[in-house]
Write a protein that binds this ligand. Sequence first.
Ligand SMILES: [Zn+2]
Length: 298
Amino acid sequence: MKKLLKICKTSFIIPLLPTVCKKLTIIAQKTYNTYMIIDFHAHCYPDSLSHKAVYSIDDDWKDEFSEGTYRGLKKGMAEVGIDKAVVLPVCHKPDHEDVINGFVFELTLKDDSLIPFASVHPDTVGATGLVYEYAKKGIKGIKFHPPLQRFDIASEKLLPIYKAIKDCGLIAVFHCGKVGRERSELDLFPTDFEKILHHLGDKVVLAHMGGYGIKRDELDVLYNLPVYVGTSLSARQFTIDEYTEAIEKIGADRLLFGSDVPWGDVKRELDYLAHACANVKDWEKITCENAKRLLGIN
Ligand SMILES: [Zn+2]
């Protein structure tokens, strides 16, 4: 209950507050004891690199960027009552997995509210072996960021990596859409996944509602794709009516709440979801139950 009141109090959407609070009060009444919020899309960098990493992305929403450190991540989680966050590293260059993933693995060893994923670069020699190694360690998923990692998801060189993900039952999270303001030929939208999904198994997550900057024709493709969909950055790209419609059409069983902190504002994303969510059951699935099921959390 406390965390829900906190969300209400800290809400930036002042005009929407009565509606949001009404919804959250309903949620609080029905889920008082078991209520948990999982952020399925968060990032975290070493103190010395965080500022450069955060502001390397140009966007119209720079005012909402936050500190990309462990401290910043935990502060945002505490402010709105996030219980667990999936931390997604991105290995920009080949052969940097040990450093990039190592930082996240180390943090999460000390803090069990954080769930580590791993990143592999397709041009790293032995990338496929790394996927098997990470799975053996208990890592639950692999994050891909094709525009930043500069690779084509349909390239043949990805097939052994996809097979390893499928063999190990790992979750594959893909950044989708543009990166900030920038557009590139490597931006991905749902159509791009139609031909590769069968290589990857049944735990594929398309972040940013199928693509930051997604258009209606691609949303229509998304509705029929057998994937999970991350909600991060929805507050920036949809009106409430559009967001409500997308949630309904995708279906609450396939949606995962995410903030994309430090680039996304966790309070704003959570408020927006509360407002767009049709009922308590959907809210529970999107903010908690689907993530628990995918991650194997009891
Ligand atoms: Zn992200």
